[in-house]
Design a protein around this ligand. Structure first.
Ligand code: UVW
Length: 319
């Protein structure tokens, strides 16, 4: 039974585009379907210089890692090391070789990660019209595994919104929309083409390093926000994968929008745009500003975890 406030997303997005059934009712990778063999080769052809950038945020930092406030910090522990051999708990192999082992407890979305398309829903329905009961216990539709098995390769384009606005990082709660993205691309001199993998830098990772408490206290990041025409823009641009350096890819609080996380609803659930959050874009952005090349080959795959809603990844950009 829906209470009236649960109708707000439904009302906001009534009539906005969806891609349900476009690639078949069983589809679980949505707009990644745009990354066909031609799109993959188009991405590979951008490589000109042999420069490699890894885009995962460093994990298990002693100062804490940026993440959604309701999630817990990852905890890594040595379970075997020199001390366990000294204590007689571990025994060397014949010949004397010893080795170390670690474990980790973590939220799978507690670092740079991919979300499965069924990760967020409203009206009891997830990506491609499947019932939200498919999320119970383990994801039986719309989990991250099909994305992990497919992999993501194509032409990536970085839009550096912070630099575009003349800032080291965007302010808390600062918003931008598709028209701002177009203006940013024009200023950078890069032509966004349909099928491009879209990476947006807000500088939030840099801000987090400067003031981790700002994140711990409240999720008040900058980000994309819902505006009329934005879903149509993503649809026309055939964006397969949206990657940002923020926790949610979109601003949480926008007084002009009556529903929170409306882009998770409009882009992920309805359109099938795959979300990657908390990417480390600082080194890539610095290099792009230096050489003026904002396009590159983007390659990523999350971990293959059965039943998971999301999974960590260390994407790579190659110029
Ligand atoms: C939420 O927005 C709740 O999760 P994520 O940031 O992984 O999309």
């Amino acid at each position: 039974m829906h209470t009236p406030e649960h109708a707000e997303l439904k009302n906001l997005l009534a009539g906005s585009p969806t891609n349900w059934a476009r690639w078949g009712e069983a589809d679980e990778v949505g707009c990644l379907n745009y990354l066909d063999q031609n799109a993959i080769l188009r991405g590979i052809r951008t490589v000109q210089q042999g420069k490699v950038f890894t885009l995962q945020a460093t994990m298990c930092d002693p100062n804490g890692d940026p993440m959604w406030p309701a999630r817990q910090q990852p905890q890594r522990a040595n379970v075997q090391d020199k001390s366990t051999y000294r204590d007689g708990v571990s025994r060397p192999f014949q010949g004397g070789l010893e080795y170390a082992d670690d474990t980790i407890f973590m939220y799978l979305q507690g670092t740079t990660h991919y979300d499965g398309l069924g990760h967020a829903w409203y009206d009891d329905t997830t990506w491609n019209g499947h019932h939200a009961d498919t999320t119970i216990g383990r994801m039986t539709h719309g989990g991250v595994l099909p994305i992990a098995e497919r992999g993501v390769v194509g032409r990536g384009v970085l839009l550096d919104m912070a630099r575009h606005r003349g800032k080291t990082w965007l302010d808390a709660d600062e918003t931008f929309d598709h028209e701002d993205l177009t203006a940013c691309a024009q200023q950078q001199g890069v032509a966004l083409e349909p099928g491009d993998i879209l990476l947006i830098r807000t500088g939030s990772m840099r801000r987090y390093q400067y003031d981790p408490k700002a994140y711990a206290d409240k999720l008040n990041e900058p980000g994309l926000t819902y505006r009329p025409g934005i879903v149509e823009w993503f649809d026309t641009m055939q964006v397969p994968n949206l990657i940002t350096d923020t926790i949610a890819n979109e601003v949480l609080d926008d007084p002009a929008v009556p529903a929170k996380l409306s882009l998770h609803a409009a882009l992920m659930r309805n359109l099938g745009v795959v979300f990657t959050e908390l990417a480390w874009l600082e080194d890539l952005a610095y290099d792009c500003a230096l050489d003026g090349q904002y396009s590159f080959c983007y390659i990523a795959a999350p971990l293959k975890i059965v039943g998971a809603t999301g999974a960590p990844a260390n994407p790579v950009a190659i110029k």
